[in-house]
Design a protein around this ligand. Structure first.
Ligand SMILES: Nc1ncnc2c1ncn2[C@@H]1O[C@H](COP(=O)(O)OP(=O)(O)OP(=O)(O)O)[C@@H](O)[C@H]1O
Length: 238
């Protein structure tokens, strides 16, 4: 008997304006070990699709995570398991360290974890510093106001937060290296690909990129989104 997919989308449709569907009837399964590269023309709805999967925008259709609906699991808990990582942080107050501390305590609480929120926060901060230092982010940047970080620094820190929380089985990555130079991009790509095969929580990635080269480097499956839904290419687009 085939095993239950990690994540399954059934007839997911979304309209940003009433009566004007951006895309409709997206059907997709994500399995452990998958790195799904999501591509399509600018404005076709890739970010919106990731937000539908994370239950951040209203949509039609059904999402199943390990066979059950996010509603059954509880949406806040589901969002810690299937985590949307934005391309850049919206205007956040304070420093990345403050942010990680509050979000990790909250995640421990929402995930109904047995770990005490303070212990979860301390572990997440330690891990985030380790990850970000592998991406050439110095520790002192965690103490700097978000508004005083460069686009590339903020992008790597947001990504390090998502990985360090270690609650997600699926990360929904919205152009995660769009603000990075080739060398920094390569460090992030290698780390994320390795993470899927490590003993961490992370089991799969859905990765939006406009770079076909990057898609070929990281992807194991290749999805094209268009108004009519999505199609899977058997090989990376050339
Ligand atoms: N809240 C909103 N209200 C109105 N229109 C929206 C809203 N959010 C997104 N859109 C529109 O929906 C369309 C799809 O946006 P989305 O960001 O999902 O596209 P995308 O494929 O990720 O684009 P890109 O590749 O340029 O990042 C765009 O035309 C965008 O302007």
């Amino acid at each position: 008997m085939p095993s239950t997919p990690l994540l399954e989308l059934r007839n997911v449709s979304c309209s940003v304006e009433p009566g004007q569907p951006l895309f409709h009837d997206v059907n997709l399964s994500v399995n452990e070990g998958d790195i799904l590269v999501l591509q399509g023309r600018s404005g076709c709805g890739k970010s919106t699709l990731l937000k539908c999967i994370a239950h951040l925008v209203l949509h039609d259709g059904e999402t199943r995570y390990r066979g059950s609906t996010p509603q059954k699991q509880g949406i806040p808990s589901y969002r810690t398991r299937v985590l949307y990582v934005p391309q850049r942080p919206s205007l956040l107050p304070g420093t990345p360290r403050d942010f990680l501390k509050s979000i990790s305590s909250l995640s421990a609480h929402k995930a109904a974890s047995k770990t005490k929120p303070e212990a979860a926060a301390a572990r997440a901060i330690e891990r985030a510093l380790e990850i970000s230092s592998a991406w050439a982010i110095e520790g002192e940047l965690w103490e700097r106001e978000w508004s005083n970080l460069s686009g590339g620094e903020a992008q790597r820190i947001v990504l390090a937060v998502a990985v360090a929380l270690n609650t997600a089985e699926v990360l929904l990555l919205d152009e995660p290296t769009s603000a990075l130079d080739a060398e920094s991009s390569s460090m992030v790509e290698k780390y994320l690909v390795n993470e899927i095969h490590s003993d961490s929580m992370l089991k799969a990635l859905v990765w939006i990129t406009h770079s076909e080269e990057q898609g070929r480097r990281v992807g194991t499956r290749f999805i094209q989104l268009c108004a009519g839904g999505c199609t899977e290419d058997p090989t990376p687009p050339v």
